[in-house]
Design a protein around this ligand. Structure first.
Ligand SMILES: NC(=O)c1ccc[n+]([C@@H]2O[C@H](COP(=O)([O-])OP(=O)(O)OC[C@H]3O[C@@H](n4cnc5c(N)ncnc54)[C@H](O)[C@@H]3O)[C@@H](O)[C@H]2O)c1
Ligand SMILES: O=c1ccn([C@@H]2O[C@H](COP(=O)(O)OP(=O)(O)O[C@H]3O[C@H](CO)[C@@H](O)[C@H](O)[C@H]3O)[C@@H](O)[C@H]2O)c(=O)[nH]1
Length: 426
């Protein structure tokens, strides 16, 4: 089947590429001409394990194309995916500028039947309003169907998650469209959840809200554990064996970052408020997350007394390992707070190099800790677990390590003379 992917970002590029792997022909479109030109030259604009290999393979097979000619791509294909960004506005509401642009393009272009599949995360009611707009703009109701097909991939595992989804959610009342979407994914082994347009939209928000709640829950429990000198990892082991709880998403740390959780929780809270629903749980989840980095700044101050003019090294800038994405990264929040306190911040990340005048970014991990008073591990790249701690200790001026992700073995670093501060790890 011929598919047009409108928006070639983390989701669009991965979805488009995986769909070619499933046997379809895909035209990935983006209004960012530079991105399209880089992709056509063979450059992959994002870091996502396994993605480049699949792009190269499917470009060679001539079933993956990159273009900025959206009108032509829409005309060419009867299946259109929408994968543009839906970032937050200041007040938490959803910024739909990109989606509105796409709808306008659709209104100008559609002359033959299209199945429009919404993969961008949009609030309940958005797909119905897209439908109404197209009709108002003169597109006959019989010329298109809208399906909500939210995406659940995690960055860093995007290809794996798309190939091995836990479920495929389809929101539609049209039997024909439901059949069509199922046929797109027929090679995947996953259960389908078929519901209404708004039902599918809501499933996406409820999933992210639940996952973020698990993280803030365990971070709150970690705060209590810390006060009682209880090891959080023991508590999690005890919780994880209960099948009703599950072992996943219970890693205490600096909190959740990334382009989705904070944005989606704020949008859900905002839209609920429009209906006079006060989302006490969602508000608390965000409050815990927003204050989580402060706890570790406080612990650092307790050790170093004053951060002004101290040299602090931060390892990890991306919001999680195996991605170059720094959107809402906890590491960057932490760095801002360190700078506010007068610290000189040095950083190292295996992929991300920030051209910032506020911090010094090193390309070599050992260079980054030379003369440092303290080291903070903010993102758990696997490289950090293989470092030579003797070399690190010799290079540093001080001996404090803040392990914001609980991945360093405290026994080993203490043996090398470090003062270890983990997340509820007495
Ligand atoms: N990133 C994730 O892990 C993830 C996972 C699931 C769902 N989502 C959702 O998917 C959507 C996309 O997220 P993303 O991270 O891929 O965003 P992104 O910012 O990486 O990519 C969006 C792309 O759309 C392009 N674009 C904007 N307006 C356009 C237009 N009018 N025509 C063509 N292209 C246009 C942008 O140039 C950009 O390349 C969001 O709604 C997000 O919430 C993201
Ligand atoms: O136990 C955990 C798990 C995650 N995190 C943090 O939570 C954030 C988000 O991690 P993760 O969910 O793995 O990455 P995302 O790529 O943001 O994926 C989330 O957001 C996507 C966008 O909506 C959804 O598609 C995914 O299902 C959902 O997991 C990161 O900062 C992690 O460090 C923790 O602190 N503790």
């Amino acid at each position: 089947m011929k598919i047009c992917m409108i928006g070639t970002g983390y989701v669009g590029l991965t979805t488009g590429t995986v769909l070619t792997e499933l046997g379809h022909e895909v035209f990935c479109v983006d209004k960012d001409k530079d991105k399209i030109s880089r992709l056509n030259k063979g450059e992959v604009p994002i870091h996502e394990p396994g993605l480049s290999e699949l792009i190269i393979k499917n470009k060679q097979r001539n079933n993956l194309h990159f273009t900025s000619d959206v009108h032509k791509a829409i005309k060419e294909c009867s299946i259109l995916f929408i994968t543009v960004g839906t970032p937050p506005n200041e007040d938490g509401s959803q910024n739909l500028i990109a989606l509105d642009e796409v709808v306008e393009t659709l209104a100008q272009t559609i002359t033959a039947h299209k199945t429009i599949i919404m993969k961008s995360t949009v609030l309940p009611g958005t797909n119905e309003s897209v439908q109404e707009t197209l009709i108002k703009r003169g597109i006959n109701h019989g010329l298109f169907d809208i399906v909500s097909n939210p995406e659940f991939l995690r960055e860093g595992y995007a290809v794996f998650d798309m190939m091995n989804p836990d479920r495929i959610v389809i929101g539609s009342h049209s039997e024909k469209s439901i059949k069509l979407v199922k046929s797109l994914y027929r090679k995947l082994d996953a259960p389908y959840v078929v519901t209404s347009l708004t039902g599918a939209e809501m499933i996406k928000y409820a999933s992210n809200a639940f996952l973020a709640t698990k993280i803030s829950f365990i971070n709150e429990i970690a705060r209590i554990c810390d006060a009682f000198d209880v090891e959080i990892t023991d508590v999690v082991s005890g919780l994880a064996t209960d099948k009703r709880i599950s072992p996943h998403f219970l890693k205490a740390g600096l909190g959740y970052g990334g382009s989705c959780f904070s944005k989606d929780l704020r949008a859900l809270e905002y839209t609920a408020r429009q209906k006079n629903i006060i989302t006490d749980i969602l508000i608390s989840v965000q409050k815990v997350n927003d204050t989580q980095t402060d706890l570790y700044i406080k612990k650092l101050i307790e050790k170093l007394y004053d951060l002004s003019d101290k040299k602090i090294t931060v390892w990890g800038l991306s919001f999680k390992p195996d991605t170059d994405d720094i959107r809402d990264s906890r590491s960057l929040h932490l760095i801002d707070k360190l700078i506010e306190k007068g610290a000189n911040v040095y950083a190292y990340d295996p992929i991300v190099h920030l051209p910032s005048s506020k911090i010094t970014c090193h390309q070599d991990i050992y260079e980054s800790i030379k003369g440092s008073d303290a080291l903070i591990l903010a993102t758990e790249w696997s490289e950090f677990q293989k470092v030579n701690w003797i070399k690190v200790k010799d290079s540093m001026e001080g001996s404090v390590i803040v392990d914001g992700r609980n991945v360093i073995d405290p026994v080993i670093v203490k043996k090398h003379g470090f003062h270890y501060i983990g997340v509820a790890r007495p």
